[in-house]
Design a protein around this ligand. Structure first.
Ligand code: AMP
Length: 551
């Protein structure tokens, strides 16, 4: 590292304030004291308090944790839905110098046990709905010394395990606690990838990476967050820190609304309306449920203005439906290893002169990098490919909130200083990136790649299609050909044969003819991963012996 100093060897003369997660909460409590945090419990009742209450309880938690004599950097885990106690753990654990390890409860229990043991979690905070999971996990997780139930003591159930109660755990403390001045590069939080192949791998975030990600994602050309917003993260707090919203919302002084465990269309719609939510965030499958509920009951939004969609490609038809309801879709791309946000689809001044269709096409892509992240696409020899919107290759990224190394891995995760994302993309001359596939999902037909995402996006535009997955099927002549797997909407009218005929026609003029799927099959439910993505690996296994019709 080169240090630039003046002739007397002085560095710049600005205060050296480390970027710490505790500064987010102390600033919010001090400068946005009226800012509300609203949480819906599993039973449906609503809890409200202010950022000051949040900080007081987070400090009490920090005091209680201190008494457990954990080392700085020890891992303290959560198995919990989005709610105020989970938020207190985010701040109380990281703020006091421990590592907040959020675990995805939708993973298989042996994967969760593996994660807990790999991380050597010493304390696990859990929501009541995961009690039986905890009872299964406890014998497999000797590292855990304390299991703490996130519920009012009067509702805590009997268990064969020795459980602590969160409210009792923090009750004895007075909140007179100074957040420690940590090195900003200290580890703050830990999140494991969903691990569709092999064991899950941990991304260990730092205070610095988290605060920088919060600044960058709040910018106008990112999520454009402000104190005028009421933000409801539907994306779980166990999935890459709810895309950073529990931090970035407090950075700008926005209100937070947490939906708890009920993530069905009706519950989310009702909470958006009753709490006057202006912005929300989640994967496309969640929003499909909300839109279906609204259509069935002929409903409208009142205050809801923007929805951040990522995790999987947002189908253009979903964007159009949201637009009809007066809601702007912000399409973003990222991953666990990127804290998670890397790119956001936004227009720029020169796009104003483009046609509405051209503008829509830009907004349907995965977007431009936000400042801090750099990206490139490369060929099989890691040679950079041009940004011409045509060439596509492996997407590589780098930046201060991009992983350098997986947790406890022996070697770096980088190739020549860049992180290979495992996604395949093109980048146009204006810097708009478009994911065409996950590299393991690409379909290679006659040596040429077919974008499964393009095909899925078109098929999802059909009014009777709930979800569409396009997978590769082995083919004697072309190596692989696309098969389209469809989950129909619950109230569908067409027969399988009718819908198949319409879908095959639907592709005409929209994609090259040879991209058209060779066949369409129907399934009751498309399997989803623990983070709500289509499980194409499972579909490929299910259809591995499928005989495509000879065309
Ligand atoms: P995760 O680490 O579970 O958040 O998954 C990250 C992966 O999700 C990325 O590498 C992409 O394959 C996929 N992904 C995330 N956002 C998008 C998006 N907007 N469009 C397409 N794929 C996405």
């Amino acid at each position: 590292m080169v240090h630039s100093t003046d002739s007397k060897g002085n560095f710049g003369q600005m205060m050296d304030c480390p970027m710490l997660i505790s500064t987010i909460i102390s600033s919010a409590a001090r400068h946005h004291p009226q800012c509300q945090i609203v949480s819906k419990s599993g039973e449906g009742d609503i809890h409200r308090y202010s950022t000051q209450d949040l900080q007081l309880r987070a400090k009490k938690l920090a005091q209680s944790l201190q008494k457990l004599n954990l080392q700085q950097g020890s891992r303290v885990a959560t198995l919990a839905w989005n709610g105020y106690r989970h938020l207190e753990i985010y701040y109380g654990v990281s703020g006091s110098g421990l590592v907040c390890h959020t675990i995805n409860p939708r993973l298989f229990s042996d994967q969760i046990a593996y994660i807990i043991q790999h991380a050597q979690d010493e304390v696990v905070f859990f929501d009541m709905s995961f009690l039986s999971l905890i009872e299964t996990l406890a014998p497999l997780c000797p590292s855990v010394k304390y299991w703490v139930c996130l519920i009012h003591p009067s509702h805590q159930p009997q268990s064969s395990l020795t459980l602590l109660n969160y409210e009792e755990f923090i009750a004895a403390e007075n909140g007179q606690y100074e957040w420690p001045l940590l090195d900003e590069r200290s580890a703050s939080s830990l999140c494991y990838t969903s691990g569709t192949t092999g064991n899950p791998k941990g991304a260990l975030y730092s205070h610095r990476s988290t605060v920088m990600h919060s600044y960058a994602t709040a910018l106008p050309d990112s999520l454009c967050l402000s104190a005028m917003d009421i933000i409801m993260p539907v994306v779980p707090m166990f999935h890459v820190n709810a895309w950073g919203l529990p931090y970035s919302a407090l950075v700008v002084g926005a209100q937070l609304v947490f939906p708890g465990s009920k993530l069905d269309g009706q519950s989310l719609y009702e909470l958006i309306e009753s709490e006057k939510v202006t912005l929300s965030a989640g994967v496309p499958t969640v929003w499909a449920g909300v839109l279906q509920h609204m259509k069935t009951h002929d409903l409208r939004f009142t205050n809801f203005k923007r929805v951040l969609i990522g995790g999987s490609a947002c189908p253009p038809a979903m964007m159009q439906t949201f637009a009809q309801y007066g809601v702007e879709v912000i399409h973003a791309w990222g991953m666990t290893e990127l804290s998670p946000i890397g790119t956001v689809a936004r227009l720029r001044a020169t796009d104003v002169y483009k046609t509405a269709v051209e503008q829509e096409k830009i907004l349907q892509k995965q977007g431009r990098v936000i400042f801090g992240v750099d990206m490139k696409i490369v060929d099989d020899q890691h040679q950079e490919l041009p940004h011409d919107g045509v060439a596509f290759g492996d997407l590589y990224v780098r930046g201060p909130w991009v992983i350098d190394q997986y947790y406890k891995a022996l070697d770096h995760a980088l190739v020549g200083g860049w992180f290979p994302t495992g996604d395949v993309a093109n980048i146009d001359a204006e810097g708009n990136m478009q994911i065409t596939d996950r590299s393991k999902d690409v379909i290679k037909s006659g040596g040429e790649w077919i974008s499964s995402i393009d095909i899925e996006n078109i098929a999802s535009g059909h009014p009777e299609v709930m979800m569409a997955a396009c997978i590769a099927i082995a083919h004697p002549k072309w190596d692989e050909r696309p098969l389209l797997v469809i989950e129909k909407k619950p109230n569908h009218q067409l027969s399988d044969q009718e819908l198949k005929a319409q879908l095959l026609k639907y592709f005409e003029g929209k994609i090259a003819k040879w991209w058209t799927p060779d066949d369409v099959v129907f399934v009751e439910k498309i399997p989803l991963t623990a983070t709500g993505k289509m499980q194409k690996l499972k579909l490929r296994e299910q259809f591995k012996d499928y005989q495509l019709p000879t065309i």
